[in-house]
Write a protein that binds this ligand. Sequence first.
Ligand SMILES: *Cc1c(COP(=O)(O)O)cnc(C)c1O
Length: 297
Amino acid sequence: MSFPDYEIRVDSVSSLLKFHTTVDVLRLDLIHPVISGNKWFKLKYFLEEAKNQNKKTILTFGGAFSNHIIATAATRKEFNLKSIGIIRGEKPPILSHTLQDAINYGMDLFFVSREEYKQKKIPQEIFDEHKEEEIYIIPEGGYGIKGVEGVKEILQNIDNNYTHIIAAVGTGTTLAGLIEGSYSHQQIIGISVLKNNFSLEKEIENLIADKNKNRTTIIHDYHFGGYAKHTNELIYFMNEFYDNTGIPSDFVYTGKLFFAINNLIHRKYFPSKSKLLIVHSGGLQGNRSLPKGTLIF
Ligand SMILES: *Cc1c(COP(=O)(O)O)cnc(C)c1O
């Protein structure tokens, strides 16, 4: 079972941002230009189980710009499994870059109505071509314990002297993995990119040990209108952040994450002498849906 070799790179951005707090960025975005960092880790043990159960095909769910869909599609080559993506909403006349890439990686796409998508119903026509018992289903966004197991490995070779580890949150699986993979003296903070997703706390609690619950905080104030929504202020910040640090971010997850941290530091959220590790979870491919020229990178 081979995952891409990756180098663990941590960039310091503290001096550039003129903070009196140490701020390092774990550059998982550098692992692969299209497949974002955290998604490989989340998929690892799902795929291993699919192989062990002799499944021939993996099936998962996502939207038209989903980093999870594209990462799942890309595993076809590594794992020799066919892949199927159930995509939310009607098939658009022009496919997004994400979906086009997924097809190029060999994924079969099926478009379903938002109602059907909500129910996670699998279209009957899929069973005409695939035996049901040979299909391995990965939950939407890679949510689940298997995802957590993979993410835990991210922190294996990372310095343990950070006081806070901070990441963007969608399903919460990545944050749960960071919680489980961190030390008891560390605070783990998640920046939710969905609007008012208050079931998140519960969903994360379902994935972690009781003893870790009291060092976890989810902040809901930086969604910029909701999932995949953005404002001029966010885009301006992302460009400025790139200008200052050389680090690109995506407008769905990590742009909101860096904005939040910058804002929280200025609001003196973190005690002095804090040492922050920000997890750059990748996702840069999603920026291709913005009009050309929006971002300077
Ligand atoms: C999917 C994704 C996340 C969120 O991960 P969850 O485990 O669903 O919370 C964060 N950042 C990027 C870039 C992602 O693609």
